[in-house]
Design a protein around this ligand. Sequence first.
Ligand code: ATP
Ligand code: MG
Length: 450
Amino acid sequence: MPTVHIPRDLVDFARIFHEAGHEAWFVGGSVRDNLLGRPASDFDVATSASPEQVVGLFRRVVPTGIKHGTVTVLWKGWSIETTTFRIEGGYSDGRHPDTVRFGASIEEDLERRDFTINAMAWDPLEARLCDPFGGRRDLGLRLVRAVGSASERFEEDGLRLLRALRFAAQLDFTVEATTLAAIREKRSRLTSVSPERIRDEISKILGSPRPSSALVLMENTGLLALVLPELAAARGVEQKGMHRFDVLDHLFLAVDAIQASLVLRLAALFHDIGKPETKAVGPDGIATFYRHEELSAAMAETIMRRLRFSNDVVDEVCHLVREHMFHYEDNWSDAAVRRFISRTGIASFDKLVALRIADGSAMTGVAVDPRTLDPLRSRVEAVIAAKEALSIRDLAINGNDLSDLGVPRGPVMGRMLSELLEAVIEDPSLNQGERLRDIAVRMKGKHGLG
Ligand code: ATP
Ligand code: MG
């Protein structure tokens, strides 16, 4: 008999239900992950008790989705989503069940769940596994298989299309053939899913060990063309030089090659997305992608806004995409190193290096040594240690000083400060109040301030 390990406090939680004459089963992800020997991320409970009865049993309860029978119980530091057994009827909008009926059995409750591996329940007091759809068999076969008729399950709720591919990527499973065929058949159901829910699934796909496995399935089933048509357009766009892959395979490989942080994975996914549109073939037959990094950043922004990613994520990803085209050589002057780090920012350095290395690996399919950019790192560290000016804040002159010299506040003052910074980055010895004032006085003429 299989055993699902449930933390002692959570067994006590289930006992409260039993003592009140109700059933309480751990369901979904915790049972699945436990049987796979993976750490469970959260513990969800299904119970025969009505939502009102659950509220009556515990002191601290949040009515998260009481209409659908779900309350969150705060218990010994855990927060446990507790849902009354329910049967769902009809899904005319492809998102929400038209009716929810309570009072069913655990078997009926499992029937409404998406995949067999998610449709198992464990009763920790009786040590019983309820597995009416062969979830354990499919764990053994490493298969994501819909419960019942795959087409019907996807017709009901379009989010399940992406969830199937997400679980396959997270668990390194295969999508069972009938289920996969139904994803292709029902792909248009994805259009009724909210962008936020699509964003969450894509984020989980990007957090998996090898996101390309799900991205390739998204492409083959037509989901990619629906949610990320800009990426689908990169298929077959051939490149040049060191590149061995078309733009889309290159992006997929870059995603796999970079660490699993959301910002890095998004930056890798979008870093060349402007290439299809900027591609031009010269008279010599060689392709160019002039300033593709700028278009890529603009397109990445449009896509991420559409999917409701947070402003912080959008800003950081776009910055990395825009700056990903640096090519360090040992013959860079010190000023070139300062210009680079002043433009890109110290805080982005590690991420930009990670993107550069993943990009390089994804050109040839052969991993680039992560120490390749260590020489640049040493030189950047030296610049930081020397406390050389890298931003306008670091200048030995400020807006007040310029104002005293008769420069009005506004865009001209901003431009002058930028130019003074450029001069100091070129020659750090200029960063003294008097010298900068002299330069500023000379600059005034050029800026129309006689
Ligand atoms: P994880 O929390 O690791 O993402 P999970 O399996 O716990 O995975 P949740 O989204 O937390 O996934 O949902 C808990 C359970 O609820 C699932 O295991 C599944 O049984 C059921 N479930 C969730 N979403 C759906 C859905 N869209 N359609 C059908 N069943 C669902
Ligand atoms: Mg869960």
